[in-house]
Design a protein around this ligand. Sequence first.
Ligand code: HEC
Length: 148
Amino acid sequence: MRKVLLAALPAALIAGAAFADPMAAIEARQAYFKSLGGVTKAMGGIAKSFDAEAAKAETAKLEAILATDTAPLFAEGTSDAEFPGKTRAMAKIWTNMEDFGAKGKAMHEAGAELIAASATGDAAAFGAAFGKFGGTCKACHDDYRVPE
Ligand code: HEC
């Protein structure tokens, strides 16, 4: 439990922040996605070699991360048009906010299914839910993240 609370801390701090300067929003955004990337990577390993306890531990972290209010992280004026080389967030995010939001919602829904699947302790259910969850990352990155 203690571990879970500590993992939740950065997300909670991010959620409460109002960003005076656009670079702070960009950095907080990238920190959010880094932590999301970290748990997703760990869950990918667990999906390959299933461990029910580890799956539950990682989805507890995921739940904390997904509780972050990401709206302040996508403040106006923080795209790669304003900050080339500093961010990979495409300017078209802000002109397609409805679709961008739908892609975020799809990730949240798949994340909720993944959390539920981890509670069953079933490897196949976890694997299937993880595959779907990963697909929602790619769907958004393909459209809205500058390729490396
Ligand atoms: C709704 C859109 C969206 C979804 C869904 C999404 N991402 Fe991203 N992701 C972005 C954008 C935009 C960036 C670029 C952020 C920046 O550079 O400011 C990004 C950046 C990243 C980064 C790089 C962070 C860094 O700068 O080091 C990682 C890692 C990442 N995402 C992982 C994930 C994972 C894992 C998922 C799914 C579980 C996911 N993302 C889902 C839009 C999304």
